[in-house]
Ligand binder design. Structure first.
Ligand SMILES: Nc1ncnc2c1ncn2[C@@H]1O[C@H](COP(=O)(O)OP(=O)(O)OP(=O)(O)O)[C@@H](O)[C@H]1O
Length: 251
């Protein structure tokens, strides 16, 4: 399988957030999603966004997925201020650069299609082609090409969801609590697949409160009440100073 596209400059972060905030307006007032988040998220690494329920992990992941606008601060994607990315470019980036994996395995797949057809459909959606058997072998799902989605276990479905990202050949993978619905053994098999994506040089960002997944993340960004905790966490990419960097075009 050929490698996914590489970012133009691996020496700059995939995402650069400065004093980033998201507030939600609710009938009972304003709720904070994230607040004053200043971090760099590196390319070719597995960043884990960790924290208790309601700490802002999913909000932050949606910001990185270009689907949640900031209400304060700024976010750059590959050196370009996301505010300057128009709707057309956003769609292109979502199709070609960003692969999303949701918490619930079935939300990631088309149940009416077979395993192989899911991979082909994913590839086509990004203008790619793929050999399903090659991807399935890499996922430990050999021999399942013609299987229906419903006969796969939750862990197999979630591995296939990451396989769809491989089929699309995006270079960035954003996954929201990918092991939270799985038993321990299935979660381990999914973690192995996620680590393999990182070894291939993909940029992986996952939210999780699964200690097994957090243990293999670097950096780990710990959130609490929407704020990045500084100090105790492993190799947190929180940044102390904000330097001005000229933006250029995102591919
Ligand atoms: N669409 C929304 N409207 C209003 N408030 C929201 C919305 N989405 C998130 N929030 C609030 O923002 C805060 C952060 O939520 P978020 O879902 O990002 O946290 P989380 O760490 O991902 O939680 P969980 O692990 O339970 O998914 C919470 O207080 C939540 O209630």
């Amino acid at each position: 399988m050929s490698e996914p596209p590489r970012p133009a400059a691996a020496d700059r972060p995939a995402f650069r957030l400065r004093s980033a905030g998201v507030d939600y307006v609710t009938p009972t007032g304003t709720a904070t999603g994230i607040r004053d988040v200043t971090i760099d998220i590196p390319h070719a690494a597995m960043t884990v966004l960790a924290g208790p329920s309601g700490s802002g992990k999913s909000t932050l992941l949606r910001v990185l997925g270009l689907v949640e606008p900031l209400t304060a601060g700024s976010v750059e994607f590959d050196g370009t201020d996301v505010d300057r990315i128009d709707a057309r470019m956003r769609r292109t980036l979502l199709r070609r650069r960003l692969g999303l994996v949701f918490q619930n395995p079935v939300d990631n797949l088309l149940p009416a299609l077979s395993v192989g057809e899911n991979l082909r459909a994913a590839a086509e959606s990004a203008g790619q082609d793929c050999v399903p058997e090659e991807i399935l072998a890499e996922l430990g799902l050999d021999g399942t090409t013609s299987w229906r989605i419903g006969v796969l276990s939750g862990g197999q479905q979630q591995r296939l969801a990451f396989g769809c990202v491989l089929a699309r050949r995006t270079d960035i993978v954003l996954a929201d609590e990918p092991t939270s619905q799985l038993d321990k053994a299935s979660a381990e098999s999914v973690i192995a697949v996620v680590r393999d994506l990182e070894r291939r040089g993909l940029t992986v960002v996952v939210t999780s409160h699964d200690p097994a997944l957090i243990a293999v993340g670097s950096p780990v960004v710990r959130l609490h009440d929407g704020v990045v905790e500084t100090g105790a966490q492993t190799t947190v990419a929180a940044v102390e100073t904000v330097e001005e960097v000229p933006s250029d075009d995102t591919r």
